[in-house]
Design a protein around this ligand. Structure first.
Ligand code: TYD
Ligand code: MG
Length: 458
């Protein structure tokens, strides 16, 4: 092999430049261009990106058999749920998250179960030694299982071990530490990450081995390295949660084999991650009843209804301009809702600071959360607690109307199961023949913000 020509690649967006520049011409990022060299393979090796073991002749649609119906369970129900019902053979999954959130813990737990029930698992780690992984495993109670540990960062060695062991599952922790000998750039650079992901993709598809890659995230929360990584893989999962809370959430943002925005909830304990099959209970567990400024909202995460507590605090502003702060909901949405309260319900908030928080570190980004925010803010402003057995959901429009939202029946059922007896929802969703009756809930359809506040505060 001879060393190829140098190329200059932006580490932010992947654009190539003919020479080094201080600023990328494509994405305008500063100091992001790095020289990379690719060694050119000898002609006999064939093309670097030729897929091994995959036929190149076209096949009739009807003749293609589907293997995607098979799902292999990781033994962790909440993790299977975000994957769309389990791991699909031959799929490539990317799990991103901040350092210390629990990625390695979750994957080691899943690997141990997989090894016990399905077949051998290869856990390649470039971040920790075998000793470190084992001492974590002892804490998690891994026990006897055909689980192979490989503390290696060289891509070619990992691929060799995959070929030798023929595991049922491969885990690479993390993709940013893996390097290929064909490149001279440092591990984590765009060329290395792209090459490692592509070669592991071919290994996964060619041998039908499901593969999970761990990805680092940057300061602003996006997966580090190029976006190309997200395009290459079949499924992208994000591991989220507040460092100081024990709640952890795994969210699917792309899934070729299942629903996106599916959510799995975990709790970090002394012996690893514990799945939380009933998240509503967890998110409402510390709710102070009879306190002004607290409303219970039925929101949807993927196909799953979850009850969360929306808290608001309205206090007189001591500075010239009133402050608005939102945690867990979009701050722009909060401004809009405050304007609607002001104009359509006669609540004057101009001289008040408004703080809104979704308890438990959850983030809610659907319009159905509007009514929860409005109810919490109004309750705090009037200093009146809402009835503790009441839950709400609904989108608020600019004319103060309450608009219908999807999955009303699921939300009502979840609220009923959690012991709520009165539910305020958009009039459009208040179907008198719906399942609500069976749950023994009083369902109140409302058409406007003013009507909702009348029902809540009197
Ligand atoms: P880890 O899986 O190493 O995070 P990541 O791979 O995402 O960087 O998780 C590390 C954190 O989890 C660490 O702060 C300790 C905590 N932890 C527990 O609380 N209980 C446990 O059983 C384990 C293994 C870790
Ligand atoms: Mg780790």
């Amino acid at each position: 092999m001879k060393a190829g020509k140098p190329v200059f690649v932006c580490q932010e967006c992947g654009a190539q430049a003919p020479k080094w520049m201080g600023q990328c011409a494509e994405c305008r990022a500063w100091n992001s261009i790095v020289e990379e060299r690719v060694s050119e393979p000898a002609a006999a090796e064939g093309h670097r990106y030729a897929m091994p073991g995959v036929g190149s002749s076209a096949r009739l649609y009807a003749d293609v058999s589907i293997s995607s119906a098979i799902r292999l369970s990781t033994g962790i129900g909440e993790f299977d749920r975000v994957l769309g019902g389990g791991v699909v053979p031959g799929s490539l999954v990317l799990l991103g998250g901040e350092p210390g959130i629990g990625k390695s813990t979750l994957l080691l737990q899943a690997a141990a179960h997989f090894a016990r029930t399905v077949g051998p698992v290869l856990y390649a780690s470039g971040e920790e030694s075998e000793h470190q992984i084992k001492s974590r495993g002892e804490r998690l109670g891994v026990g006897a299982a055909p689980l192979y540990l490989l503390a290696e960062t060289c891509l070619e060695k990992i691929l060799e071990e995959i070929a030798r062991l023929k595991p049922a599952l491969v885990i690479v922790d993390s993709i940013q530490t893996v390097f290929s000998m064909k490149f001279q750039s440092a591990p984590g650079s765009i060329g290395q990450v792209r090459e490692a992901a592509t070669q592991l993709l071919f290994a996964a598809k060619g041998r039908n081995i499901p593969t999970v890659l761990v990805g680092h995230v940057t300061k602003d929360g996006a997966l580090a390295g190029p976006k190309v990584l997200e395009h290459v893989v079949d499924t992208v999962l994000y591991f989220e949660g507040e460092r100081h809370h024990s709640q952890r959430v795994v969210r699917a943002v792309k899934n070729r084999f299942g629903a996106v925005s599916e959510l799995g909830v975990f709790e970090m304990t002394g012996t690893g991650l514990r799945p939380v099959p009933n998240p509503s209970q967890l998110f409402l567990s510390e709710r102070a009843k009879d306190t002004p400024g607290s409303a219970v909202l039925c929101c949807m995460e993927g196909s799953r209804p979850i009850l969360v507590e929306v808290q608001a605090l309205v206090s007189t502003s001591s500075y010239g301009t009133a402050r608005r702060m939102a945690i867990g909901i979009d701050p722009h949405r909060l401004s809009l809702l405050l304007a609607v309260l002001d104009k359509r319900a006669g609540f004057s908030l101009a001289g008040d600071d408004v703080f809104v928080n979704v308890a438990g570190g959850m983030a809610v980004d659907e319009p159905a959360a509007d009514l929860g925010v409005v109810a919490a803010v109004a309750s705090s402003l009037r200093n009146r607690a809402l009835a503790p057995s009441t839950a709400v959901f609904g989108e608020v429009g600019l004319s103060g109307e309450i608009r219908g939202v999807p999955n009303a029946a699921l939300r009502i059922r979840e609220a009923g199961q959690m012991g709520f007896t009165r539910i305020l929802l958009p009039a459009a969703n208040a179907d008198p023949a719906g399942d609500a009756r069976t749950e023994g809930c009083e369902v109140i359809g409302i058409a406007s913000v003013a009507e909702a506040l009348d029902a809540l505060l009197t």
